[in-house]
Each structure stands twice: as C-alpha cells, then as structure tokens.
Design a protein around this ligand. Structure first.
Ligand SMILES: Cc1cc2nc3c(=O)[nH]c(=O)nc-3n(C[C@H](O)[C@H](O)[C@H](O)COP(=O)(O)O)c2cc1C
Length: 312
C-alpha cells in the first residue's frame, strides 16, 4: 500500500505512513518542474509528506484559453481548465518520475462519466507506485448533468461504481460549491470512501478591467469563470471542515488558504487529520516544509502554555 519512502513515518493516514501532516493541494505544486529547478535537493528535502498529482483525465486536455489567472487581494482566481497529458501520457511520461519521489504518491483523477472515473481508478489500482487515489468530483457528469460531488445521490452512485474497482484508499475531494458539503461527505462515507478532502476552489469571476461597463462588460478569464483560492477562502474551509467532521468519522484532508503553521493548526483543530498547502506554494515553493515546521513549533508552544492538568 505504501509508495516509495513509506514505512518511516509517524502518522498513519488510511494505512499510509506519513512523516508529518502536511501535503500539497492538487494542481499547485509541479514536482517534475521543481525537480528540474532544485535538482536532487528536492528529493532530499521534499516539502510535503505525500505528493498529490494534478488531476488526470482519460483524454488529454489543453485547458482553457488565456488569461488563466486573476490576482485577488486575498488569493487568486484560476481558470486553468485541468490541462493534462491524459491517462496514457501520464503513465508514460509523468508516473516514472513521480514514482521516484521519496514520499507516497496520491493520484488525483477526474472523469466526465462514472465509467470514465472507474477506468481511471481501475488503471491506478494495479500500480504499486500509487499509494492512494483522490477523486476530483467538481465537474458535471455529462450523462446526468449533476456535478458529481455536489449532490449526495450522485456521489453515492459514483462510489457504488468505482469502490469495487480498487482496494487502494479512495479520497473524495469535496466541492464547496454546494449547499451542504457535509451531506455529500456522509454519502461518501456510507458508500465506501476512505477519506474526504476539502475544500476545492469556489466559483468566482473577474471583469476585464478595460471593459467593465454595460453593455460591453466581459469576463477577464478565458474560461469565463474560475476557482477562487488562497487566504480569501480560509474561513470557508474552516467552517466546512468543522461541519464535515461533525457528520463523518472518515479521515479529513483540510485545505484552503493555508499560509502559515497557525492556519494548518486551525484546520486540524476543526477536525482535519492532514492539511494541504495550495496557492501559497506559488509564492513560496518551500511553503510545505515551512508550514510543517511552523506547525510543530506552534504545537510545542501550545503544549507549553496549557495548564498542567490538561497537559497531563
Ligand atoms: C492553479 C490551481 C490549480 C488547481 N488544480 C487542481 C487540480 O488539478 N485538481 C484539483 O482537485 N484541485 C485543483 N486545485 C484546487 C486546490 O487543490 C485546492 O483545493 C484549492 O486551491 C484550495 O486550497 P488553497 O486555498 O490552499 O489553494 C487547483 C488550485 C489552483 C489555485
């Protein structure tokens, strides 16, 4: 079950041993590009306890037309559109390099039908280099028109199809773009998910600064709308992790706006078991390592400041 580098960790997550509780958020850290920049030093001091890939789809995707990013005072809106090499391209070009990382590998997958997700899950189920799968369910099922992770019935039906295809841990990545993510998490738990991760980005939009008046106002991003991430979403992540923890016993990977150890500590206090760093890695490629160090320092300080009765 463990990927390369497993077996020396201090935390157990779905049976996978991890050295600390900080991982990367899918799509926000390119380990292959980072290896080119930092060389083998990246492998010696990998910033995350596990590596989560960018979303892989069955067919290759170009992604959305530019512009793809809009900076906000508290983060960004991205409309990248999930560009990727597709399943065959990922297996041929990316997996061999990712299998070399010194930490367990989590592959994030997305399909436009249940059968597509099943095909992805089945393929990765066979591979020893893959420790777990994360299901990105923020897109519509083209057959039902429902977003797979926004509706408890749709999530349950998806898991009923994919769960039997693998014994590897399945992490369902919840979307915040729904009225009750906790209902979806409860459906995920009842239908065999091993963990949930949250939050994915929130839908947002920016207007072209040069043409922002009616009737010619138009969106800035090539994809029209995009996903908001970064510090702006931190309070939303916190409440959703809290609400999901109140409903399910599944392990939770909490993410959304984590920049400092303190933010990670808050998500853990709200009920997360692991924390993912996303947008912050664009500002500081070593953010994962820094957040995990700050988290340790924060935990030590908190323990020291507790009354002795609580510490014991
Ligand atoms: C540029 C960018 C690309 C992303 N790509 C993916 C992706 O491929 N798959 C996915 O499940 N989430 C993707 N996400 C969402 C993040 O994994 C994370 O859920 C979200 O950004 C919230 O965390 P943050 O505020 O720390 O960035 C992406 C986010 C950003 C900013």
């Amino acid at each position: 079950m463990l990927g390369a580098g497993g077996g020396r960790g201090v935390i157990s997550f779905c049976g996978i041993e991890l050295a600390h509780p900080v991982v990367n958020a899918s799509g926000t850290f390119d380990a292959i590009a980072a290896r080119r920049v930092f060389g083998d030093a990246l492998l010696e001091e990998f910033p995350f306890a596990a590596f989560v890939t960018k979303t892989v789809t069955v067919e290759p995707r170009q992604g959305n037309p530019p512009p793809r990013l809009w900076e906000l005072a508290g983060g960004m809106i991205n409309s990248i559109g999930l560009p990727n090499k597709g399943l065959a391209g990922f297996l041929r070009h990316d997996l061999p390099e990712l299998a070399d990382l010194p930490v367990p590998l989590v592959v994030n997958v997305m399909g436009f039908t249940r059968e597509e997700v099943a095909r992805l899950v089945e393929t990765f189920a066979e591979l020893d280099a893959v420790a777990a799968l994360e299901l990105n369910v923020s897109c519509p099922n083209v057959k039902t028109g429902l977003v797979m992770g926004a509706d408890p019935g749709e999530t349950a039906a998806l898991l009923d199809v994919v769960r039997p295809r693998t014994t590897k841990p399945l992490i369902l990545k919840l979307t915040p773009n729904t009225a009750a993510p906790a209902d979806v998490a409860a459906a995920a738990e009842a239908h065999g998910a091993d963990a949930v991760s949250l939050i994915n980005t929130l839908r947002g939009m920016a207007l072209d600064p040069d043409v922002r008046f009616q009737p010619s106002a138009r969106p800035w991003l090539g994809g029209g709308t995009g996903g908001v991430s970064g510090p702006a979403v931190r309070a939303i992540a916190l409440v959703q992790v809290h609400e999901v923890r109140a409903r399910v016993r599944l392990p939770i990977v909490g993410m959304g706006g984590v920049q400092r150890g303190r933010h990670a500590a808050d998500l853990l206090a709200a009920g997360a078991d692991l924390v993912a760093v996303g947008t912050e890695s664009f500002r500081d490629p070593r953010a994962g390592e820094r957040v995990s160090r700050e988290l340790r320092e924060h935990a030590a300080k908190t323990a020291l400041s507790r009354p002795p009765a609580v510490r014991a």
